[in-house]
Design a protein around this ligand. Structure first.
Ligand SMILES: Nc1ncnc2c1ncn2[C@@H]1O[C@H](COP(=O)(O)OP(=O)(O)OP(=O)(O)O)[C@@H](O)[C@H]1O
Length: 249
């Protein structure tokens, strides 16, 4: 890895109450500013690993060590945009700042700049029910963006969207990643999406272990030319083969 280390995971495991062993023996280093995707069969522990890294769960074994000694400012984006239905877009984006004691007045310029950045400048006073699924997800991303996170945890954020909207959001996410210098940890079921977005794809197997760690070739910025390239398809084939090789018959 060429990027400076941000997170070091050693021997991490997670056994849930009731006995399900979701993860075991996870050794992993994440570099500062990396875009890393996690793929693997359903139930293999992707979300559990993401939640461990995000500090939403604690490991049953092993350690997670952050450079500088503490988890840096983090943003979260999940498949469900989890917007407050009774509040407009502005108030939804304000929420995490409000929880930190920053008033709407003080945060106005920052919120409006973030909304404009994702193309929602005109929608600040719209209610969530008036938005398309893609726009709701943009609000969710804006809510992370205003917190100026160092690391962004994303759990199948675009899985419920149609293909074209998903490709557009993938492109917008890569632009933001490049601009903001985020480290992104991205869970997806789509090998195409993982290869398109990532510098590295981590493949998990059904025993809750890391099966492979594949660097993805192809410079940034990426766009349609990359999606159409031989290099892209070859890497999709490679990741798919690694996944199939370990999936239950
Ligand atoms: N809160 C919980 N309590 C008990 N078991 C859980 C809990 N959350 C997840 N599990 C179990 O842990 C295992 C891993 O689940 P996890 O959601 O991390 O997998 P995943 O790879 O993200 O799955 P999917 O791709 O279907 O979203 C599964 O067997 C799941 O049933």
């Amino acid at each position: 890895m060429t990027k400076a280390g941000l997170l070091q995971i050693e021997g991490a495991g997670k056994t849930y109450r009731g006995g399900t062993q979701a993860l075991s023996g996870i050794d992993l280093e994440i570099g500062r500013g990396e875009f890393v995707s996690l793929v693997g069969p359903s139930g293999c522990g992707k979300s559990t690993l993401l939640r461990l890294m995000a500090g939403l769960l604690s490991p049953s074994a092993g350690t997670l060590s952050w450079a500088g000694g503490a988890r840096p400012e983090a943003g979260f984006v999940f498949q469900d945009a989890t917007l407050m239905p009774w509040a407009d877009v502005f108030s939804n984006v304000h929420l995490p700042l409000k929880l930190k004691g920053i008033s709407a007045e003080d945060a106005r310029a920052r919120i409006m700049a973030a909304l404009s950045r994702v193309g929602l400048g005109e929608a600040a006073h719209a209610m969530p029910r008036a938005l398309s699924g893609g726009m709701r997800m943009r609000v969710s991303i804006t809510r992370a963006l205003v917190m100026e996170p160092t690391v962004l945890f994303m759990d199948e954020p675009f899985a419920a969207l149609d293909e074209l909207t998903r490709e557009k959001l993938d492109d917008d996410l890569l632009t933001l990643w490049n601009e903001q210098g985020w480290t992104v940890i991205f869970v997806t079921h789509s090998v195409y999406e993982a290869v398109y977005l990532s510098e590295r794809v981590l493949i998990m197997n059904e025993t809750g272990r890391l099966e492979a760690d594949m660097p993805i070739e192809g410079g940034f910025p990426r766009g349609q030319a990359f999606r159409d390239s031989q290099l892209f398809f070859e890497q999709v084939k490679k990741v798919s083969a690694a996944l199939r090789g370990r999936s239950a018959p």
